[in-house]
Design a binder for this molecule. Structure first.
Ligand code: P6P
Length: 289
């Protein structure tokens, strides 16, 4: 059940142990702090705590050369020259941490790049997300397959292998305020609303896991007020796009696969994000073209 690449296996085992501890440590860390992340979003205590915990543990892995986080401006280099040519991990320690206030699902996202950041999604060798739902689960994509695990007691137990999106889509979830959507996206969303059921919980991982489970589409579009959208290419778009494409779906920024987007504005660059069943993404790209 271990991952063939020993460095990726070490990352996955570390993530499994850390996620169990993160979930337990959320209690008492729900308060906002007087700090913002590099994207200008207010941080909660748990954001900073989870980031520090993951940085320490992931950088201690032989073969990890850099740690990049949505919560930190700069990339952290490992101190070990032996790992200098190793992988870079890109982490969203608590995606959707604002859901802590309302006690709703949130997640942790980890991308393992075989290139320094900012990198293309095609440079990923693995990606995983942890979902802190009623049960703590992890979805892991490698070059070989997509597997789902239940996490408990610091250990992982595989519950599904060769995970693929169901062929018949059922759910959709689109972020942003409707008046701020472009006319072209609004037209697309109006069609989808007549075909699928709304599932939008305000944390990408919870909404993406609905798409993986039932089939459908999740998107955070480019907006009139912010054409680049809200989500980050390196920490959210690429890893989630990698997972969904490995599970037989498609990803897009509205024009092309997220994994082929050439980064141009540093590690905190935002991008429109769409992931889901291929026919739905194809229709979207046609509508937005
Ligand atoms: P909104 C969480 O802050 C996040 O980055 C994603 O997890 C989520 O999909 C999105 O933002 C939610 O944004 O504008 O609906 O609050």
């Amino acid at each position: 059940m271990t991952v063939s690449d020993p460095v990726v296996e070490a990352v996955v085992a570390t993530l499994s142990r850390s996620a169990t501890e993160i979930r337990q440590g959320l209690v008492g860390r729900r308060g906002a702090v007087d700090e913002e992340n590099p994207s200008g979003e207010t941080q909660v205590e748990a954001d900073i705590w989870a980031d520090e915990l993951l940085a320490e543990r992931l950088l201690a892995i032989d073969g990890i050369s850099q740690y990049a986080s949505e919560e930190r401006e700069a990339i952290v280099d490992c101190g070990d020259t032996a790992s200098a040519a190793g992988y870079t991990v890109a982490v969203d320690p608590l995606d959707g941490s604002s859901n802590l206030t309302s006690n709703n699902a949130m997640g942790t996202i980890v991308g393992v790049y075989d290139a320094p950041l900012p990198a293309r999604g095609e440079d990923l060798v693995a990606a995983a997300y942890v979902l802190y739902g009623p049960i703590t689960t992890m979805l892991l994509a490698t070059e070989d397959t997509v597997s789902e695990y239940e996490l408990t007691g610091g250990e992982r137990r595989r519950i599904r292998e060769d995970v693929t999106l169901p062929d018949d889509p059922v759910v959709y979830g689109f972020g942003g305020r409707v008046p701020d959507w472009t006319d072209a996206f609004t037209q697309y969303a109006r069609e989808i609303e007549t075909e699928l059921k709304l599932r939008y919980g305000g944390a990408m991982i919870g909404d993406v896991n609905q798409v993986v489970t039932y089939g459908g589409i999740f998107g955070y579009p480019g907006l009139e007020s912010r054409p680049e959208g809200k989500l980050r290419l390196q920490f959210e778009g690429n890893p989630i796009g990698y997972i969904i494409e490995r599970a037989g779906g498609r990803s897009s920024n509205g024009e092309q696969s997220l994994l082929t987007v050439e980064p141009s504005e540093g590690i905190h660059e935002r991008t429109p994000v769409f992931v889901g069943n291929e026919p739905l993404i194809d229709r979207l790209e046609t509508q937005l073209s």
